[in-house]
Design a binder for this molecule. Sequence first.
Ligand code: SF4
Ligand code: SF4
Length: 379
Amino acid sequence: MPTDIMNSLQQITEQNLADIEQAKTEGRSIIGFYCLYSPTEIAVAGGAIPLPLCGTRNDPIAAAEEVLPRNLCPLIKSSYGFAVSDACAFFRASDIIIGDTTCDGKKKMFELLSRQKTTHVLQLPQNQNTEMSLTLWHAELERFKDLIEKETGRTIDDESLRAAIRLMNRERHARKALMDVNKATPILLRGSQLLEILFKIGFLVDKEKGISFMEAVTAEACSGRFRQNIPGHGCGKRLLLTGVPVGLGSDKVIKIVEQCGAEVVAFENCSGYKQAFVVDEEKAPMQSLAEQYLATPCSVMSPNTGRFDLLKEMIRDFKAEGVIDLTWQACHTYNVEAYQVDEMIQETFGLPTLHLETDYSESDTEQLRVRIEAYLEML
Ligand code: SF4
Ligand code: SF4
């Protein structure tokens, strides 16, 4: 990636810390989010600032293990460790924490996290297909709206919700357009660079700045400017990454794939395409939000048919030649679902998948490299 783009991203992220301070001085509330199921639009409609808080680094895990069991998902331990060790500026800035009853480890962690900060947990249904699930989720979002209204002292009406939906849809359009540049063959942007941009943009207070930046990078990528700097000019084997979310600090698999001469062309996870949905702007806003967010195709849902549909679409559109299914250690839902994912991909595309189970440490890097090299040779 040319240095001017990375310098500009660096400047934006540094300025963002100042923007957060400024927003707090002006009395704006900051709402910390831990999961893709919670609609950030409700916070935005109340004039608050949503910040993503999921931990993606290994460093704070030792602090978490003083309280949490060691054999727990690293994402949960990292998130908790950041909070208790006061190592995350975004957690520190948050006035309220929003969690969801997604997996068992996370929801029990939120009970402990509530000792650090006011924590509100949305009761997420485990099934997306019944009227009862949608009714419950809609009611939970109403409760969430009441909470934000109390916190911000502002009334959230249909008009403010519609404006927030339009803004967040524009952000998701920009994210999707950026991710879609790699439908091209050879690719136009390396997976590691795409991940860095998507990850850093997610923390921006000023959504317009993030949208403009992503639109500018998309235009530059489409001009072919970045391709010349990709080793092999982006012609390496095209892999799709599915499974658990990844971010800076938990991106070792992507780095190894690239070191092996292959490319991660797309991310079918919460860090990537699962954020590429659009909320219906015509329907009643709370109903629209409840329907769209409940449809998030995460393995905590049973069944989780949306993930299989999304995978089929992405494997075709991104012309993937292989699929890596990543599971964080002790994540039972993604671990169990890996069998069905492999079965579906073999039956539909005749492709074997590579299921990797790991954590945030570097201790198994060489083992992972051997498995990834062997997989690439097989494709
Ligand atoms: S993987 Fe599932 S539980 Fe984890 S952040 Fe994404 S939607 Fe939430
Ligand atoms: S990766 Fe799995 S175990 Fe970890 S927080 Fe997400 S759903 Fe829970």
